[in-house]
Design a protein around this ligand. Sequence first.
Ligand SMILES: *Cc1c(COP(=O)(O)O)cnc(C)c1O
Length: 232
Amino acid sequence: MDSRNLAQCNKRIEAALESSGRALKDITVVAVTKKVDLPDIYKAIDLGVKHVGESRIQEALLKFEPVNAYARNKGMTIAWHMIGHLQTNKVKDAVRMFDLIHSVDSLRLAEELDRQAERINKVQDILIEVKTSPEATKYGFLPDELQKVWMRLVEFKNLNIKGLMTIAPWSKNPQDSRFFFRLLKKLSDTVFGQKSSSPILSMGMSDDFDVAILEGATMLRLGRAIFGERKY
Ligand SMILES: *Cc1c(COP(=O)(O)O)cnc(C)c1O
């Protein structure tokens, strides 16, 4: 990992914020550490990274204790983000480890999360994943579908819906993501209404986070932009 990557990310973030008239405090960067080895994660923590995102439970289980121990020694606390598809048989581990689960993509998963969170007296913060484009991902609620199930989702006592998440389809041109980010923002305005606490919009990855900020992202999920190309 090259420490200049983080500086470069911050430059891009600041430029996008400036053109959108938004403030740095409105943006949270989640460093996506999937397929990243512990030494590079430690280096990121040394550089101030506090939010870590993993997409697989098996991998998160291997990193959770050592990364927390490393941060604790530095007087820091890591916030853990689950960003990948979650199978119901892994939910028990997920509610134990993660501060925010971005990838709640079905009612069945929400039910199981609610049940396992209740068992450990936790109110689990979640985001609802929206399939803004059919080809980008297999997972997530379609926008129409989400509006239909919304009242059921908000009823779970041990789940706290903090916002929405989406993945834009891969494209050579980052501008192509704009349509999907705009759709998520619009859907968020619809389902959350004009509530006082502003919902989280988790959108934007290494190639298109500038566009995401311009479209209202509050949380960016950055892997390669921070850690370089994944080795495998
Ligand atoms: C891998 C991944 C990211 C990070 O992707 P980069 O292109 O490396 O920034 C973000 N979100 C999800 C859901 C991912 O799986």
